[in-house]
Ligand binder design. Structure first.
Ligand code: RBF
Length: 165
């Protein structure tokens, strides 16, 4: 599935509604820090640009993408987060680790999503090489951290809508 024509970025967020009351938790993996930092930056900037209160954005660091699942589970079960954004980059290597990590993280986050109602956003790049990662953290395919933030906003608003209407 190509992401070339997909863009969920903040530019499309017109009249999204007030979000300054939401608590966002952004969890960022340290592996491939050069890329995850750029995704984190795009994510935070988009949250702020759309009206999030910077005092209600919690930034958490974890060693690698694998740890996103347990950190997101903690955030969901042990905090007041209205949405949790997971950011990581898994790069294909010479051994099968790529498949195991991608599958574990993806399935783990999917399981967490279906087990409860706090939105958990998948901002994990699973790429064949570093160029593909660079293209998606502010390059020709945009910034997927930015898109993860837009998605988090939309999902937090959706949950609020279900709660109050
Ligand atoms: N974490 C990532 O976020 N991205 C990677 O590309 C990545 N590659 C890894 C490759 C190997 C062989 C191993 C053992 C770990 C890798 N990790 C990677 C770290 C992983 O997500 C986790 O932090 C560690 O396995 C500790 O649980």
């Amino acid at each position: 599935m190509s992401s070339a024509n997909q863009n969920l970025s903040s530019e499309k967020m017109v009249n999204a509604g007030s979000i300054d009351h939401f608590h966002f938790t952004v969890i960022v993996a340290e592996w491939n820090r050069e890329i995850t930092s750029a995704l984190e930056k795009g994510c935070i900037e988009t949250l702020i640009a759309n009206g999030a209160d910077s005092n209600k954005i919690r930034l958490i660091s974890v060693p690698g993408s694998w740890e996103l699942v347990s950190a997101a589970t903690m955030a969901v079960n042990m905090s007041n987060a209205d949405a949790v954004i997971c950011i990581g980059v898994v790069v294909r290597g010479d051994t099968p680790h790529f498949d195991y990590i991608c599958q574990g993280v993806t399935q783990g986050l999917a399981n967490l999503c279906s087990a409860q109602t706090t939105p958990v956003i998948y901002g994990v790049l699973t790429v064949n090489n570093m160029q593909q990662a660079l293209d998606r953290c502010g390059g020709i395919h945009g910034n997927k951290g930015d898109e993860a933030a837009s998605t988090a906003i939309k999902m937090a608003l959706l949950k609020e809508k279900f709660l109050h209407t």
